[in-house]
Design a protein around this ligand. Structure first.
Ligand code: DGL
Length: 266
């Protein structure tokens, strides 16, 4: 007989995952909104970047992390990664007994219901290839025009802290001018690493043009946890795990979030 550590569902932890530090853009907001949740964060650095991986690989990475969280007896897992939400979520969503929140599918309704005619999306190659942003947004607003552009160089810029490199600035400038040709009302930063590029993005287009879905996502998750009686009112701990390079995760995360304890290699 297995002995469960957590008797009450609501006192169980919430797990987060991404390929690296990008998911901290969601995690940091979640911690602020729900400071009494016990949280776990998994950075899959051994397989980073996700954006150039196949669907089969991405499903395998997601299963490995979800199995890990299953052993940790989580009540929910937040896929703080657009690429995994686009390529793996559909396949794995019914394989586990806990809730799984994917970023794209959780935010599409709110974005599609605002009064926009044209939406641009910056995302990884694998996310763009899936077409999930277009499908999900048009599910709620069939007349919305959507243009998705992949930015394969942006995750390495963030993970390696190369914001001041000439080539990085040039790349951001080119991608912004490509999306501006479409005259979008808003541009979704459809990769959790991209909000960290805002200091560069706003040099080439108004900051208000860009949507960081993290806030909408965290609202969605907290409303859903609350309506299912799953909120924790007495916790607040956190723990970080990585599949490789704990030192690199710790040093790069410092710019985005102050970890309370060093990441553990699993
Ligand atoms: N931050 C992830 C996303 O939202 C993955 C980026 C990557 O590793 O390529 O898509």
């Amino acid at each position: 007989m297995s002995i469960l550590k957590h008797n009450n569902l609501n006192s169980r932890p919430v797990g987060f995952f991404d390929s690296g530090v990008g998911g901290l853009s969601v995690y940091a907001r979640f911690r602020k909104a729900l400071p009494h949740e016990d949280c776990l964060y998994f950075g899959d650095l051994a397989n980073m970047p996700y954006g150039n991986k196949s669907r089969e690989d991405l499903i395998g990475f997601a299963r490995r992390i979800l199995d890990f969280y299953n052993q940790k007896e989580v009540k929910a897992v937040v896929i703080a990664c657009n690429t995994s939400s686009a390529q793996a979520y559909d396949t794995v969503k019914d394989e586990y007994r806990f809730k799984i929140y994917p970023i794209i599918q959780s935010c599409a309704k709110v974005i599609a219901s605002a009064n926009y005619g044209k939406i641009g999306v910056f995302a990884t190659e694998a996310t763009v290839k899936s077409g999930v942003y277009t499908t999900e947004l048009q599910k709620y607003n069939s007349s919305l025009e959507v243009k998705e552009i992949s930015c394969p160089n942006w995750v390495p810029i963030v993970e390696n802290n190369r914001y001041t490199d000439k080539s990085a600035i040039e790349d951001v400038k080119n991608q912004v001018s490509k999306i501006l040709e479409f005259s979008p009302d808003r541009v979704i930063l459809g990769c959790t690493h991209y909000p960290y590029l805002m200091p560069l993005l706003k040099d080439f287009a108004p900051e208000e043009l860009f949507i960081d879905p993290a806030e909408i996502f965290v609202n969605y998750i907290s409303t859903d946890l609350e309506s299912n009686g799953l909120l924790n009112e007495v916790g607040g701990t956190e723990q970080f795990f990585v599949s490789a390079n704990p030192e690199s995760f710790e040093s790069h995360s410092r710019i985005f979030y102050q970890l309370l304890s060093p990441p553990v290699l699993v």
